[in-house]
Write a protein that binds this ligand. Structure first.
Ligand code: Q46
Ligand code: ZN
Ligand code: ZN
Length: 306
């Protein structure tokens, strides 16, 4: 298999882009794809400080790496959730982030917030003691991550929080939301969520990157990452949709990309519109000052009340 650019040995065949690339040309293509996405959706500029949410997995570490290599001021943010489940998940994932800094980007800044150390309880303990989530701590986890990320982004003067959500993630969520006609979610699913009333801007520079491309990038760049998924992600509906979509992609290369991009285009052009675009008003929580739609206390502060 030959590289479409130089005729050298190709290491990846991307049927959806009709491209086969050698490792050098792939790394170059990958960076320019991310760069084009950042520019197209006006995510941030090189003058901005960006906070990358890192989990020790391939997507977030690949994102952090490519942003630094293309000259962005990207700092990492790791939240210790205290998930062990017999495999030491959180400890291992923090270790991967630290290793990334030591090996790949020694000048990079990594912010670490450990939930149990700072607030007294881990995510699984919180979910158990507050009886939330029927055995799965994901709703508590999401709440905790959003709160801490927002706090660090706001206090540190970051222009945006960048997450490693890739095309496969976005398409799986899009399919799930479409099958259930979740108008509210469909109206908000986007590469950029603008800042408002104390909520930091959120951006997804990997929305055009297939999961296997992010995996190939980490492999070629020699980035070690945690292979295990969070133990609580097993058997999730999103994973089921990902499998379905992989079968579709196999039959029809580019199907995922088309589904996602055409959705964005149609919505932008006003060809499809969703009810429920009305956004609830936000006001500052009396305890932490972070925005909330609820009463005086935000959902995060209420967690510690009960
Ligand atoms: S929400 Fe749930 Fe994830 Fe938190 S508990 Fe694990 S699977 S990490 S994205
Ligand atoms: Zn080449
Ligand atoms: Zn609060």
């Amino acid at each position: 298999m030959k590289c479409s650019k130089c005729g050298g040995l190709a290491v990846i065949n991307m049927r959806q882009h009709r491209l086969r690339l050698c490792s050098d040309h792939f790394v170059e293509w990958f960076a320019s794809m991310v760069q084009r996405t950042i520019e197209k959706y006006e995510m941030f500029t090189r003058a901005d400080k960006v906070l990358v949410a890192v989990s020790g997995g391939k997507d977030s570490l690949a994102l952090w790496d490519v942003l630094i290599r293309t000259g962005y001021q990207a700092e990492g943010m790791y939240i210790g959730l205290g998930i062990d489940e017999g495999i030491g998940y959180s400890a291992k994932s923090l270790d991967m982030c630290r290793r990334f800094v030591a090996k790949q980007q020694p000048d990079a800044v990594l912010h670490v917030v450990d939930l149990a150390q700072e607030y007294g309880e881990s995510v699984p303990d919180l979910a158990r003691s507050r009886q939330r989530g029927r055995g799965k701590p994901c709703s508590v986890c999401g709440l905790v991550k959003r709160h801490i990320m927002n706090r660090v982004a706001r206090d540190g003067g970051f222009a945006a929080i960048a997450t490693g959500h890739n095309l496969d993630d976005e398409v799986a969520v899009l399919m799930q939301n479409t099958l259930h006609w979740q108008a509210g979610y469909l109206s908000r699913q986007a590469p950029v969520l603008e800042a408002r009333d104390g909520l930091a801007r959120k951006v997804k520079p990997f929305v055009r990157i297939y999961e296997r491309e992010a995996a190939a990038y980490t492999l070629i760049r020699g980035i070690d990452y945690i292979y295990d998924e969070c133990p609580f992600a097993k058997g999730s509906t999103t994973n089921f949709y990902k499998e379905l979509l992989n079968q579709l992609e196999l039959r029809s290369p580019g199907a995922k990309q088309q589904f996602y991009l055409q959705f964005l285009q149609a919505r932008e052009a006003g060809e499809i519109q969703f009810a429920g675009e009305g956004i609830a008003e936000l006001h500052p929580c009396v305890r932490c000052g972070q925005p909330t739609t609820a009463g005086e206390l935000c959902a995060f502060c209420r967690l510690w009340e009960s």
